[in-house]
Design a protein around this ligand. Structure first.
Ligand SMILES: [Mg+2]
Length: 372
């Protein structure tokens, strides 16, 4: 399995709605920025990271792949995933300019492509290649009904549809208005509409400060919130730990953390209850496994963030015993050879060999962007 080609790509895929917003982001397209890696035995592996479809920064990622990583990969044995991850991540000149950020997102794409290759070579879906089904039932939670840009009526209608028509027992709603009482009103309306048994998580996307979160949590506690995701600035370990000590609402985070070391800092501080790693921001599956095992050692649930819209995480979650819940956002699934599928609120077990990352040729053709 000698690597003979590393070929980056950028796709900008339109959302299922025309646009959405949370407290800090607004997007109209999801960026699928990654690479194909070909080997001398004729196999092709695909890996990608997720972006806001900002072409200039997407090109920094593909340039890192083609100009910095490809020369280190060509001629190497694609089976040597751990060694190659270390070679790229610890390359002195590249480590000097980025142990997080662009270089890490680019490494995520490369690493996922190598795992996709290995599973395809073994002719197994990734979950099987990793060791089989550690999780018997993987429930989806629907985030796509809960955007901050929705009116309260849209929020209530979407939540009811997700529960009553689509069979979800778990949903997530965005919070983070300038006046948090607006969020309390919206949450109370959804809770009244879907009843007491539906698990409602909320997500602040890092907007509020500690005093705002403390006041908000006191008001939200009677609404039975399953978790409060990214309540505070992403890197602020001490404030998350203070909030976790002060409220009975479990704290969740991880989608903005780049490294194993960052997760270690939050876990050591007792700052979170639901661990949310993302293969597209960690440097791929290799580092994801380290984080999932670290969470497992703390006996905490691993609930991945869907930066790849769950094409890869469905495999990792069905494999890793700490995962029983996975985010569901159906924006890009129809652009892949084996789209994720949720029925009655439960993820279908993938069947195709590989990591679920092979894009449709027609989608690459239609939504592909120029790399330079
Ligand atoms: Mg989130």
């Amino acid at each position: 399995m000698k690597i003979v080609a590393v070929e980056p790509f950028i796709m900008h895929l339109p959302l299922t709605q025309s646009s959405i917003s949370d407290s800090t982001h607004s997007v109209t397209h999801w960026g699928v920025v990654g690479t194909r890696i070909r080997t001398d035995d004729g196999l092709e592996g695909y890996g990608f990271t997720g972006t806001h479809s900002h072409l200039a920064s997407d090109r920094l990622i593909t340039s890192c792949i083609s100009d910095c990583y490809a020369p280190l990969l060509i001629g190497e044995d694609a089976n040597d995933r751990t060694r190659l991850w270390t070679k790229l991540a610890r390359h002195p000149a590249l480590q000097w300019v980025g142990r997080a950020g662009i270089t890490h997102l680019a490494l995520a794409a490369v690493d996922v492509a190598l795992w996709d290759l290995a599973a395809k070579k073994a002719q197994m879906p990734l979950w099987k290649f990793l060791g089989g089904q550690g999780t018997q039932r993987l429930e989806g939670y629907n985030t796509d009904i809960g955007w901050l840009s929705f009116t309260q009526d849209e929020l209530v209608a979407g939540s009811q549809r997700a529960v009553e028509v689509d069979g979800f027992t778990r949903i997530k709603l965005k919070v983070g208005h300038d006046d948090p009482t607006t969020d309390i009103d919206r949450l109370a309306a959804v809770r009244a509409a879907v009843g007491p048994s539906v698990r409602i998580a909320i997500d602040g996307n890092g907007k509020w400060d500690l005093p705002t979160c403390l006041r908000f949590c006191a008001q939200a506690t009677p609404l039975d919130i399953f978790w409060f995701e990214e309540p505070l600035w992403y890197d602020d370990v001490a404030s998350h730990a203070a909030l976790a000590r002060a409220t009975s609402i479990p704290v969740a985070l991880g989608e903005q953390l780049y490294t194993l070391d960052a997760f270690k800092a939050f876990l050591s501080a007792g700052a979170l209850s639901f661990v949310q790693p993302d293969v597209t921001r960690l440097a791929g599956i290799t580092e994801y496994i380290q984080v999932a095992d670290l969470a497992y050692a703390h006996r905490l649930p691993v609930v991945p963030h869907a930066g790849e819209m769950s094409q890869v995480h469905v495999h990792l979650s069905y494999w890793h015993p700490a995962s029983t819940i996975l985010e569901y956002i159906p924006w890009i699934k129809d652009h892949f050879e084996e789209p994720i599928r949720v029925e009655g609120g439960v993820y279908a077990l993938p069947q195709h060999p590989g990591a679920g990352t092979t894009p449709l040729a027609a989608s690459l053709e239609r939504f592909g962007q120029s790399l330079r």
